[in-house]
Design a protein around this ligand. Structure first.
Ligand SMILES: Cc1cc2nc3c(=O)[nH]c(=O)nc-3n(C[C@H](O)[C@H](O)[C@H](O)COP(=O)(O)OP(=O)(O)OC[C@H]3O[C@@H](n4cnc5c(N)ncnc54)[C@H](O)[C@@H]3O)c2cc1C
Length: 404
């Protein structure tokens, strides 16, 4: 089976124009399948997280369908430096050179690139279209949007993020996202701290975890994870004033450098508070006959994995490859088979990383002592990064003839 053997009027409605949606639509267009993206927001950005890091596997997955990231956007990151609560450098390790670097990007820049690529492939996008329901209709599926309009398609691809509607249309008992006891706050400070350009610094501070790197314009981008057992929604976090957040952060990082200086040098307008980190528990059903979920709708690991966007991109492309090469029911089953074990492994590792961000003083002291030795001996970059970053998509390979 290939796209040519599908009915020529076979169409896909992609719900969600974040990261997975435009990538899926672009890959489907390459596969000769007509897809339209329906995005709830009128504008471009969902506002979830101002910046993110694309891992090498996400960048090479995009390259597999001809999407390159223009040189002018993002900060290339090749090295990770771990710093203990006293400011002592615990260890540093390089990325896997043969895979290329990671890239820290403004979310809006990534959205723009992905949308341009989709447009370039002839993908139509409609904004202000929030899916509310869907039901089978004469062998096809009819989707209804909150503005009362409806469309028909042969398949709905739910790329509608962690609070997915499509997921619950597939399975009314699907699990909901859960909060983990860490708040996410970040910003861009108007100073260049003493740091190597191209390195990401992870600081296990006394009261909160800090990550930072130098941006191409010399400013310093940073994020903090604050232990907090009470769940906080993004709306609640945004309802607090930026100045209140800056005061709280100044207290948490009092006496810790460069954290204190970063907080002091961040304008209220350059701060973003996102509330508790959310993750998606394992989703038992990824598809039925006419709907399937990809990206955060199916598998949202904690941001601590640095893999959510990259996994979303991989799943979008793998789904399109399966739909190109197999009849729909077999394609959906093959897609799940290709993806489930991988995304669940990444989620497990992210949970372990989250746990290190909430260690008490004793456990932190032990980790500070053991980490340098571990990184010099058994915990090699290959062991830490290889399993996630070496995932390779062979776009040309026939999904109907899996190699293993
Ligand atoms: C603070 C934070 C930091 C992160 N950092 C990283 C990082 O460094 N590296 C990384 O790889 N990942 C990171 N992630 C995770 C990453 O952002 C997600 O994994 C990624 O955005 C998932 O892409 P997606 O397209 O599946 O979902 P989204 O990007 O959430 O897009 C979903 C889209 O669907 C739309 N939508 C929702 N409901 C409907 C509906 N009913 N109808 C129509 N449209 C709808 C939304 O408006 C949105 O545009 C981070 C996440 C957070 C919260």
């Amino acid at each position: 089976m290939n796209a040519a053997s599908r009915r020529s009027d076979f169409t896909v409605a992609v719900i969600g124009g974040g990261i997975a949606g435009p990538v899926a639509a672009t890959a489907l267009a390459l596969a000769g399948i007509t897809a339209t993206v329906y995005e709830a927001h009128e504008g471009n950005s969902d506002g979830v997280g101002a910046m993110l890091t694309l891992a090498p596997n996400g960048i090479t997955a995009l390259a597999s369908i001809g999407i390159g990231l223009p040189d002018g956007i993002g900060q290339t990151l090749t090295r990770t430096v771990m710093v203990g609560p006293t400011g002592r450098r615990l260890a540093a390790f390089e990325g896997l050179h043969d895979l290329g670097p990671s890239k820290a990007l403004w979310r809006t820049d990534l959205y723009r690139v992905l949308k341009q690529q989709a447009l370039h492939r002839g993908v139509a996008s409609e904004h202000g279209k929030r899916l509310v329901s869907a039901k089978p209709n004469n062998g096809r599926v009819m989707a209804r949007f909150s503005d009362g309009s409806t469309i028909e398609a042969d398949l709905i691809v739910g790329a509608d993020g962690i609070n997915s509607t499509v997921r619950t249309l597939i399975d009314a008992n699907a699990p909901h996202p859960t909060h983990i006891p860490l708040l996410n706050v970040g910003g861009v400070a108007d100073i260049t701290v003493d740091a190597d350009v191209g390195s990401t610094y992870f600081v296990f501070g006394g009261n909160a975890f800090l990550g930072y790197w130098i941006e191409p314009d010399g400013r310093t981008a940073w994020f903090a994870n604050i232990p907090e057992t009470q769940p906080m929604t993004g709306a609640t976090a945004r309802a607090l004033s930026s100045n209140d957040w800056l005061v709280r952060l100044a207290g948490l990082f009092d006496g810790e450098q460069p954290a204190a200086a970063l907080v002091r040098s961040t304008a209220a307008s350059n701060l973003f508070a996102l509330g508790s980190i959310q993750i998606m528990p394992s989703v038992p059903r990824w598809h039925n006959d006419s709907m399937v979920v990809i990206g955060d709708a199916a598998h949202a690991p904690s941001p601590s994995s640095g893999q959510g966007a990259s996994l979303a991109i991989e799943s979008a492309i793998e789904l399109a490859r399966c739909l190109r090469d197999l009849p729909t029911p077999a394609a959906l089953a093959a897609y799940e088979k290709l993806r489930r074990s991988r995304v669940e492994l990444v989620a497990k590792r992210a949970t372990r990383t989250n746990n290190t961000k909430t260690l008490g003083p004793l456990a932190m002291a032990i980790m500070s002592r053991t980490m340098p030795l571990a990184l010099k001996t058994f915990l090699t970059p290959e062991k830490m990064l290889g399993p996630e970053q070496r995932y390779h998509i062979d776009w040309a390979a026939d999904a109907a003839r899996p190699s293993t």
